[in-house]
Design a binder for this molecule. Sequence first.
Ligand code: FA5
Length: 346
Amino acid sequence: MLDQVRAIAAEAHRHLAQATTEQELELWRTRFLGRKGALNELLRGLGTLPADQRPVVGAEANRLKRELEAAFEQRREALVARARAAALEADRVDITLPGRPPVIGTLHPTTQMIRRITEIFASLGFDIVTGPEVEWDYYNFEALNIPPGHPARDQWDTFWITPEDSERPMLLRTHTSPMQVRIMEKQKPPVRVVVPGRVYRYEATDATHESVFHQFEGLAVDEGVTMADLNGTIYTFARRMFGERRRIRFRCDFFPFVEPGVDVAVDCWVCEGAGCTLCRRSGWIEVMGAGMVHPRVLEYAGIDPRRYTGFAFGGGVERFSMLLHRIDDIRLFYGNDIRFLRQFVA
Ligand code: FA5
């Protein structure tokens, strides 16, 4: 019987080495180690042996049983490890492959230009603030010395939120100038601010006119502020923006909220004033409107015009980009053509 037990164990070892799946392992266990398995079946006949042989065969059978159980565990672990290694191999990531480069966007050229403009004024001591695009008629026109019926309203027609003749008419602002009054209402002099922002006009669009565009407004108010301060400020700004050799020209112009009012031009940085296509042969490029804050505007804002004076200026952001980058159509800025936008990598 001892031989039979050893023969079963040897057979079991042989079969175990051939089991390669979980299912085969389970079958093997039932066949050799199960309650009705080969080993137990044999041991059931232990009682038929002579009494002196029973403990020897019994002990050997139990030893072999433990040996088979240990072999089974070992085999199972080996199979699990093999399956895991195969799965890892199949899932392998080749870290030496180049990655997919992320698509990096760029700031819109208008945003870039606003940053450039505001950085220059910030370095001159101006605060940068923004204001509402939906505005009361009062701030956009009335407090800027443009009462109802004033002809300047035609030049700055806009989109109305309420009917034009309502008690408190509201509109989309046509310029950033309303912020002059809003700021002076809140902050007593000295005031030095620059306001970039979006503005709206009821406009037949063409290559140089959009109905939605951006402006920047400047305002400085204090005791003893004069036209010379305006001149110096704009001169410094123009040189930083358009080149160190630039000259500036003031010519009389009319805006109801400044007195005197001027249009500011810079000598052409392409032809150095000789005359070319950019400056339309004039040698000068108009860049903004400016002037001394009208006493009535100071009064509207609750500031005593006998004590304080101020200057203000305002320009078009897209027009600056057009001049500096020789862009021939303002509609490109809102056209969303990626080929246009990609040219302005910051
Ligand atoms: C004004 O809007 C005044 N608020 C500027 C000002 C401020 C004068 C402070 C005095 C003191 P104007 O309408 O000219 O002025 O517009 C100013 C600038 O905005 C223009 O020089 C131009 O660069 C730009 N601009 C005007 N209309 C358009 C338009 N339809 N599309 C694009 N840019 C425009």
